[in-house]
Design a protein. Structure first.
Lengths: 116, 110
């Protein structure tokens, strides 16, 4: 069946540009997560949605990062005025239950962002 | 910061069992233990999770110590496709997202 998809898979941005990364979760999944993974590190939590409600954005590194999920399905992570330290793989994950710390999360392949 | 401790890397031979250890020094009574793995250029993949009892599924087995301060992921017969970074996590109330460490890089020799 269809898994979590993300687009684009690769994005190169010049420093100062805005970027938008898209996540299509598994159909019907209530929970959606964004993670940031730097080279050689494990993923780090950015933000969590339960349906269209953003219940936790404690991991967003600055106010340049903004995420939305307006209809409770597709989500977009936007980064304004990109900086070199934003270069990373951005992962999206979804899960069928709310507050799903005890249920498996299904990850997409990620978007590799390179800021030059 | 990650709450679990794992070896940086391990090596095993194809078709042999692999035991991947993890220490959960700060785990609380309601935290579940999760294992994920990440193949090169892919997102993490769920492997298994449990609370107190040992767990088995089609991918692996999870052995949890009686005091829950350690767990072991067991791959019964490793294949080359099992070469990946394996992450153990413990999570419960509070954060909604998973907290990953650096994981164990598993190398499988043919």
């Amino acid at each position: 069946g269809a898994g979590v998809s993300q687009s684009p898979r690769y994005k190169v941005a010049k420093r100062g540009q805005d970027v938008a990364l898209r996540c299509d979760p598994i159909s019907g999944h209530v929970s959606l997560f964004w993670y940031q993974q730097a080279l050689g590190q494990g993923p780090e939590f950015l933000t969590y949605f339960q349906n269209e409600a953003q219940l936790d954005k404690s991991g967003l590194p600055s106010d340049r990062f903004f995420a939305e999920r307006p209809e409770g399905s597709v989500s977009t992570l936007k980064i304004q005025r990109t900086q070199q330290e934003d270069s990373a793989v951005y992962l999206c994950a979804s899960s069928p239950r709310p507050r799903t710390v005890n249920y498996e999360q299904y990850f997409g392949p990620g978007t590799r962002l390179t800021v030059t | 910061d990650a709450k679990t401790t794992q070896p940086n890397s391990m090596e095993s031979n194809e078709e042999e069992p692999v035991h991947l250890p993890c220490n959960h020094s700060t785990i609380s009574g309601t935290d579940y233990i999760h294992w994920y793995r990440q193949l090169p250029s892919q997102g993490p993949e769920y492997v298994i999770h449990g609370l107190t009892s040992n767990v088995n599924n089609r991918m692996a087995s999870l052995a949890i110590a009686e005091d829950r301060k350690s767990s072991t992921l067991i791959l019964h017969r490793a294949t080359l496709r099992d070469a990946a970074v394996y992450y153990c996590l413990d999570s419960g109330g509070g954060a909604d997202g998973l907290t990953f460490g650096k994981g164990t890089h598993l190398i499988i020799q043919p």
